[in-house]
Ligand binder design. Structure first.
Ligand code: PMP
Length: 375
């Protein structure tokens, strides 16, 4: 078997042991004579997997009792709408911090919901540069740059901008802003579960699974119980967080196979040493990659300021688009895929999620050094 060295941005590489475990029990799950996909979501065999997956999220992040964990569908994109539906009541306002394209999308969707419910949304800070439609983003806000409205219903951040490679909290200078008593809502889709974070600081955090925690089809939501209990009346039941919280994320049929895979991935993560181990690995990966970029600063150029450089999505440019195309093509010949930057920004993007090993990064770094030498 020739597994690809997979730097895809999402869906992305999954840990081989998690996949092999699924392969092993695909047609006969836990001796039940059928796959986990063929089980009723109300049966005890599935329920055990479901509860194990939820418990692993709680355990890995040491989630306090004040917060609930939910498995939802509809992608992180659905959360862009569900957050304001549940947290923005008539006459209230919410703040958005924009550090890239996904935050822009979350803001646009919140504007639509705000118009429907009679609330409003505001940009509390944006690091976008340029007047065009496609702004450049090269950093998170500096300390004191985010002016949170003291009456805001919440302030929304994107902890890691997958396209622009801009991440909060990687260095002390790029820390999450202090929002005081205002709940922080955070899109953690592309940097969930690579490091510990203080869950108590967040009103709500959500993450599409397909980067660090499993396949697509499932979104992990961590929410403060009192916050979601106070949602405005009149929201369709399926879009209320409370519905899912009250039903252990089994209000309707969940994506059972995706949940099962999340269980396998998180069980692997725990067995490797949990988030302390994972963070150390990920920081080593990022150091080696940015080290190679900076060592050839006349050839590779990372547009992101050092304090905001993402540990999960490393973006950089080469001297020309022709060289970038050649870089991607030659890497592919060496079994390395997924290196093309997002179509909106171009360049190269290396997604270094949890399942991307240090050995894969070393292979890529060797390729980069050789590419510079021979270009
Ligand atoms: N937020 C971020 C930070 C993302 O990277 C993505 C997907 N790349 C999304 C939201 C949208 O996720 P989905 O496609 O699951 O709706």
């Amino acid at each position: 078997m020739n597994r690809a060295i997979n730097f895809n941005a999402g869906p992305a590489a999954l840990p081989l042991p998690a996949l092999e475990r699924a392969a092993h029990e695909l047609v006969d799950f836990a001796g039940t004579g059928m796959s986990v996909m063929e089980h009723s979501h109300r049966g005890k065999d599935y329920e055990k997997v479901h509860n194990e997956a939820l418990a692993l999220v709680r355990e890995l992040l040491a989630i306090p009792d004040s917060h609930t964990v939910l498995f939802l569908q509809g992608g992180a994109s659905q959360q862009f709408a569900m957050v304001p539906m549940n947290l923005l009541a008539r006459g209230r306002s919410a703040d958005y911090v924009l550090t890239g394209a996904w935050g822009e999308k979350a803001f646009a969707e919140a504007q639509t919901v705000a118009a429907l419910v009679g609330g409003s949304v505001r940009v509390a800070a944006s690091t976008g540069e340029g007047d065009g439609k496609e702004k450049a983003y090269r950093r998170v806000p500096r300390a004191g740059e985010v002016k949170v409205d003291p009456y805001a219903a919440y302030v929304h951040l994107t902890s890691n901008e997958t396209i622009h490679g801009v991440e909060f909290g990687v260095t002390p200078e790029g820390a999450f802003p202090d929002a005081g008593k205002i709940p922080i809502v955070c899109d953690m889709s592309s940097d969930f579960l690579w490091r510990k974070f203080d869950v108590a600081r967040f009103g709500l955090a959500y993450a599409g699974a397909q980067k660090n925690v499993g396949p697509s089809g499932i979104v992990v939501v961590i929410a403060r119980k009192d916050l979601i209990a106070a949602a405005p009346a009149g929201i369709p039941k399926i879009f209320q967080y409370k519905t899912h919280a009250d039903n252990n994320s089994l209000y309707n049929t969940p994506p059972t196979f995706s949940v099962y895979m999340v269980r396998n991935v998180l069980d692997w993560l725990k067995s490797q040493g949990g988030l302390a181990w994972m963070e150390a690995e990920n920081r080593k990966k990022a150091e080696r990659l940015y080290g190679a970029i900076d060592a050839h600063a006349d050839f590779f150029r990372c547009p992101v300021e050092k304090a905001s450089r993402s540990v999960m999505n490393v973006v950089f440019r080469l001297p020309s688009e022709a060289l970038e195309e050649r870089f991607v093509a030659e890497a592919k010949k060496q079994n390395m895929i997924g290196l093309k930057g997002h179509r909106s920004v171009g360049g190269i993007r290396v997604s270094t999620y949890n399942a991307v090993s240090l050995a894969w990064i070393d292979t890529l770094v060797a390729f980069m050094n050789e590419f510079v030498r021979t270009a």
